[in-house]
Ligand binder design. Structure first.
Ligand code: FE2
Length: 223
């Protein structure tokens, strides 16, 4: 089974962009529910996959596994989303910074593209910064879809466009949420590691591995 990953910071650490209240609901309710559904479906199918990446890829494109895909991809996306934020972190650096300047002209231009594309995305989904080989791209995916099912792409950053991510704090103003998010919260250290991994240097981020059933029960009891 897959356990809910701990946040790498305090629930209030992302304020004022994302409030403590939003983080509690988002992490312990929304994210937990996706994981609960994944774990229930895997248990009913007597499956013990080696990784959440395997679950997402195997369920993708299989109509009979649509519910499993949606929940597994959403679980993966949320775990990556928590990792892809870092309050008061450093600016982009290294080869990633150079690639951003080459492909977008400046970090300011990249922000404009990220915010505009995220604001224009119709309905629920995710806005990503991704590497395709050495190129840096902004792209969005619908609902629970992620980049695991898009060959050749490595996610660098992800921002949740579902209303549950921003409605308490920004109401209907998704653009204000995205602008504030981009200014304060991207984990550029992770993004650089991901970019380097896309160039064959180091390992890309992986979702925490599944744990034994009895460990999961103990973790829930402790929390
Ligand atoms: Fe979410």
């Amino acid at each position: 089974m897959f356990a809910l990953p701990d946040l790498p910071y305090d629930h209030a650490a992302l304020e004022p962009v994302i409030s403590r209240a939003t983080m509690h609901l988002h992490h312990e309710k929304h994210h937990q529910t996706y994981l609960d559904t994944v774990n229930r479906l895997l248990s009913e199918a007597a499956r013990s996959p080696a990784s959440l990446e395997d679950v997402v890829r195997e369920a993708a494109g299989d109509t009979a596994s649509k519910i499993l895909f949606n929940n597994a991809a959403q679980a993966w996306n949320h775990s990556f989303f928590w990792a892809a934020m870092s309050p008061r972190g450093p600016a982009p650096s290294g080869a990633l910074a150079a690639a951003i300047d080459r492909d977008f002209g400046s970090l300011t231009s990249l922000k404009a593209r990220f915010v505009d594309d995220g604001a224009a995305h119709f309905g629920s989904g995710w806005i990503w910064l991704a590497a395709e080989g050495g190129a840096v791209k902004v792209m969005s995916t619908h609902d629970g879809d992620d980049l695991l099912t898009h060959s050749g792409l490595t996610p660098l950053l992800a921002c949740d466009l579902w209303e549950h991510a921003y409605y308490l704090d920004h109401k209907n103003d998704r653009k204000a949420y995205l602008s504030a998010w981009f200014d304060a919260l991207p984990n550029w250290t992770l993004a650089r590691q991901q970019y380097d991994a896309a160039q064959g240097e180091g390992e890309a981020w992986l979702h925490p591995a599944p744990i034994a059933q009895n460990q999961g029960t103990a973790a829930r009891t402790a929390r």
